[in-house]
Design a protein around this ligand. Structure first.
Ligand code: HEC
Length: 158
């Protein structure tokens, strides 16, 4: 009797796990299928340039960094929010590149939007738990992602 019960609990558990995996694969597929045009359309509109957007991301990472240093959770959360909730620039970001580079730059925009958001979320979560060392490790990885994209693209701006 007890055995039967634990087997059904086990089956329920496996069922729940498989459901959640299904969902995450689906999410992944929709994320991968998203186009750069859809990404831009999903953001709030603004009248700023791509450079001005970059300066907002910069302010966000400075706040994240300082918040971790002085152990101010709210400062970290608000800094991460600047990265997570930024608006789209007034013109499509890929127009800063030459025509032949635009498709590839769109791929970077899509990929790095996810990468930056994931780090910003993780940093906020770790700070909420006062795991300052882990928050700091993640903030270095965040900054490194910015720099990787810069090393690939800044010299190609027309
Ligand atoms: C998708 C690639 C990409 C990612 C990711 C990225 N950047 Fe940039 N960034 C650029 C490009 C391209 C420029 C040059 C823009 C220009 O000259 O018009 C730039 C420029 C900048 C500038 C200089 C702006 C100015 O006024 O000259 C800053 C500051 C900056 N980025 C900060 C960041 C920070 C902080 C992050 C990460 C949180 C980040 N960027 C992530 C592509 C990226």
């Amino acid at each position: 009797m007890i055995r039967g019960k634990s087997i059904s609990i086990l089956l329920l558990f496996i069922f729940l796990i498989s459901c959640s995996q299904d969902k995450s694969t689906q999410n992944q597929v929709t994320t991968l299928k998203r186009t750069a045009e859809e990404l831009v359309a999903s953001k709030k509109t603004s009248d700023m340039s791509y450079k001005q957007l970059m300066n907002i991301l910069n302010s966000g990472s400075v706040m994240v960094h300082q918040g971790i240093l002085i152990e101010n959770k709210q400062m970290v959360i608000e800094g991460a929010g600047l990265i997570l909730n930024h608006a789209a620039p007034k013109e499509n970001p890929w127009i800063i590149m030459n025509k032949q580079d635009q498709e590839e730059f769109k791929n970077s925009l899509l990929a790095y939007d996810i990468v930056l958001d994931n780090y910003a979320r993780a940093i906020a979560e770790e700070s909420k738990k006062e795991n300052w060392l882990e928050a700091s490790n993640k903030s270095h990885e965040l900054m490194n992602s910015c720099i990787v994209c810069h090393s690939m693209w800044k010299h190609k701006v027309k």
